[in-house]
Structure formats: structure tokens, C-alpha cells
Design a protein around this ligand. Structure first.
Ligand code: ZN
Ligand code: ZN
Length: 426
């Protein structure tokens, strides 16, 4: 499956922190200020506002782990160029990077086009966590900094809810490979590694760097979820200790105490016995990701339907259409198909409001007649929305579902524009 592929680690490595020299302040045309962020972009005013909303949702999520005020004042900057070319020309990031966080001037820089999932997950959710961590803690305990950043990078966002736990088959295969590798880090080494060693390892040995990231990610995942969340309180105690300025062994003792030996034993067992590809919480984002594909497949097959109810009926009864849907976990060995009737029914209902979704005309559809599929149940200003985007050349699917929060006022404007376009055609 070549679409929505997780970025290779080599790219990830390039998205490390860089400390940049002071730059002349560029003027980016669209700005949007929120309580904690200043968004600057060359995309559009709507996009600036959308990114502002997204960053505040993430910020609220990050804040749950940390107490008290940040170490420094001022808004954190997020700069998003429209194209990779603009980024290369104006950004001061490392060569071939997908974006970066610069602690010295509290900014994240990246771009949008052809980069949408990557921007939201690897850059804004992940680097956004580093930015927050730096502001509230500083530089310490790289495993928790990376592990929590990954928890956010592999999450789904419905309105203001962040749903953790998006684990794919590929992720698990990578973890098992790492744990079987001679470069695997012992728990003690991973948990006491300082920031400098972490980066040096990554720079000189990409396989070792992969162990750091993958082990940190899944250790946090384990501590958060394993055995009904019984280690979660220790994870929080550890974060508290880090924030209180403890480091290395002292932070470990304060956070995990005698539990560490048990964790050391239980983690590898959990990987083998319990870790499954999943998005652990039901979410509109996952529903819409599946529903959008279903919609596309039935349209492509020439089936006539006007409403989502019609589509549901067709999906459950029409045996002539051969279809499959890629799960949000990208598990290519277990595609959804007509036999999954229980699942199909779920895709049509918002797990939060138990209401159905709505169709909104897209003024600029990736292919003729494809709509936006929308849930309004999460927030008074934001809807969860699936649209379609043309996929890159060589991808098997003609269009890719693109699921995200969208401002309701933007949706209204799009619907109006679509209506106008329709009239023009008549
Ligand atoms: Zn990171
Ligand atoms: Zn919903």
C-alpha cells in the first residue's frame, strides 16, 4: 500500500530539533493568534485559523500531563508555507527535512502541499509536543519527550477530543524487529539516556536511532494502556518528577520506584501477547476514513444513491459491487468488505452523538460529484470532515480520503461556493 505510508525513519531523523541562528523576520501574509500560538502562513486566512484551532486542541491535550506555568512567556510560533519550494527558500531548516522545531526561537516550520497528513501528525502533533515540553520542562529525559510526542503523532482528533492509540500492523512489525535486534536498548539504558547521547546515537547509527524512537513510543503506549492502564499513574508520577527537575535515576526512582522490575518483565510479554493493531477508541475520524472510501467505491461502481442512508442500504444489500475498504490501521491483510456488516453500520454513526453524518457539496472536488462528509456533533465552531484528495501518481486509489477538523464557517462558505458553481454549469 503506497498511500498514507508512515514516513521512513531517515526522514524522522531530519525532523529533529535544530538550533538556528537568528534570522531576519520574514513577513508571512496570513497570521492568526490564539491563546498560546501565533500561526503564520502563506496558505490562506482560513488555513491559519484552522491551524490555530488545531494547535490549541493539542495544547490542551499536552497540558494534561504538566502542571503550572511555562518557563518562558510569549506565543509559540508555527510557520507553515504553502509549498515545499517556499519552505526550502525561506525556512532555515536542515536539508531534506520535512519541518523542524527550533527551541532557540520557539518556532515550528513546515509546509502544506502534498504533505497534509505528515504536517498534522509528524510535525504539528509530534514537534508541537517538543515545543510544549521545551517551554514547560526544558531538555531532559528524551525517551519521555519522544514517547509522548509519538502518542500524539499517532492519534486521531475529533473536534476537541484526542483519541490515542492508532497502531498499525507496520508499526508492530517494526517494533518486533527492533526488539529482536542486537541494538535493542535495555530498559535502564533507554530510560536514563541523556539528550546528547540520544542525538549522537541517532546521528551515527540509524538502526540504533530507530530503537530509541520505536522503543520509547511503545513503552509509553504500554504504560498508558497495558492491563487496563494500571501503570498510567506511574507514568504521570515520572512526568511530575521530570517537571520538578529530577533526571536520570532520580526521576526513575520517584516515578516508577520498585515497579521498574515488573515493567521490565511485562513489556516484552505484552508486545507478544496483547499488542494488536488498533485505534483503541471509537472515533469519527476513523468512521469517516472508512465511510469516504465506501462512498467512493460505490460511486465508481456506478451505483445510484442520494443520501448516506441509501448508501448504507446499498452497502449492506447490493451483492453486485465488489468493494474493499482500507482500515485506518492500514492493515492491508484485513481489508473491510461486504461481510463486515456490523462494522459498516458503525461507520454511519457518530460515536459521540449517536447521530448520522451529513453530506455537503464540495466546490472543488477531487473527482466529479464527490462531497464532503461531515459530523457537526463535536464543537460549536469545528466539524469533523472527510473530503477527497487526488492521490499521487502510482497510487492504487484514484483519490484519498482526507479527514480533519474544519471550521464550520469555512464549510458554510464552501457549500455556498458549490451552489454557485452548480448554477453556473446549468
Ligand atoms: Zn521527536
Ligand atoms: Zn462525530
Amino acid at each position: 500500500m503506497s498511500y498514507l505510508k508512515r514516513p521512513a525513519l531517515a526522514v524522522l531523523a531530519a525532523v529533529m530539533w535544530v538550533t538556528s541562528s537568528p534570522q531576519v523576520e520574514a513577513r508571512y501574509p496570513y497570521r492568526f493568534k490564539t491563546k498560546h500560538y501565533q500561526i503564520e502562513t502563506t496558505v490562506s486566512p482560513d488555513f491559519a485559523a484552522e491551524m490555530g484551532e488545531l494547535m490549541e486542541i493539542l495544547h490542551a491535550g499536552y497540558s494534561k500531563w504538566f502542571k503550572g506555568k511555562p518557563r518562558s512567556k510569549g506565543l509559540s510560533r508555527i510557520i507553515i508555507f504553502k509549498t515545499a519550494g517556499e519552505y526550502a527558500a525561506h525556512g532555515d531548516g536542515p536539508p531534506n527535512s520535512g519541518g523542524y522545531f527550533s527551541p532557540s526561537d520557539d518556532k515550528i516550520v513546515s509546509w502544506l502541499e502534498g504533505h497534509e497528513e505528515y504536517l498534522r501528525t509528524r510535525i504539528l502533533a509530534h514537534e508541537g509536543f517538543h515545543q510544549f515540553f521545551f517551554k514547560h520542562v526544558g531538555i531532559s529525559a528524551p525517551w519521555i519527550n519522544e514517547g509522548l510526542a509519538e502518542l500524539y503523532a499517532y492519534s486521531l482528533i475529533d473536534g476537541t477530543d484526542i483519541k490515542f492509540g492508532l497502531v498499525t500492523t507496520m508499526d508492530i512489525a517494526r517494533l518486533k524487529k527492533v526488539l529482536a535486534s542486537p541494538k535493542r536498548l535495555s530498559l535502564k539504558r533507554l530510560l536514563t539516556m541523556d539528550h546528547r547521547t540520544w542525538n549522537e546515537n541517532l546521528a551515527r547509527d540509524i538502526a540504533l536511532g530507530q530503537c530509541e524512537y520505536v522503543q520509547a513510543r511503545f513503552l509509553v503506549h504500554f504504560l498508558y494502556y497495558a492491563d487496563g492502564g494500571k501503570y498510567k499513574k506511574y507514568l504521570q508520577k515520572y512526568v511530575n518528577a521530570i517537571q520538578a527537575g529530577k533526571d536520570g535515576n532520580a526521576a526513575l526512582a520517584a516515578g516508577f520506584g520498585k515497579k521498574l522490575a515488573e515493567i521490565n518483565q511485562e513489556f516484552p510479554k505484552w508486545v507478544v501477547e496483547d499488542l494488536k493493531p488498533a485505534c483503541l477508541e471509537e472515533s469519527c475520524s476513523a468512521n469517516l476514513f472508512h465511510l469516504a472510501q465506501l462512498y467512493y467505491k460505490f460511486k465508481k461502481a456506478g451505483v445510484k444513491f442520494d443520501t448516506l442512508d441509501d448508501l448504507k442500504e446499498q452497502a449492506l444489500s447490493n451483492k453486485d459491487v465488489k468493494w474493499s475498504v482500507v482500515p485506518i490501521t492500514l492493515d492491508a491483510d484485513h481489508l473491510y468488505g461486504p461481510q463486515d456488516t456490523e462494522e459498516i453500520e458503525k461507520w454511519f454513526v457518530c460515536p459521540k452523538s449517536k447521530k448520522g453524518y451529513e453530506l455537503v457539496d464540495d466546490p472543488d472536488p477531487a473527482e466529479e460529484g464527490l462531497p464532503l462528509i461531515v459530523c457537526y456533533a463535536h464543537h460549536k465552531k469545528l466539524a469533523v470532515c472527510a473530503s477527497f484528495r487526488k492521490s499521487k501518481k502510482g497510487d492504487r486509489m484514484g483519490v484519498i480520503p482526507n479527514v480533519r477538523n474544519i471550521q464550520i464557517k469555512t464549510l458554510k462558505r464552501l457549500a455556498k461556493k458549490a451552489k454557485k458553481n452548480k448554477k453556473k454549469k446549468k
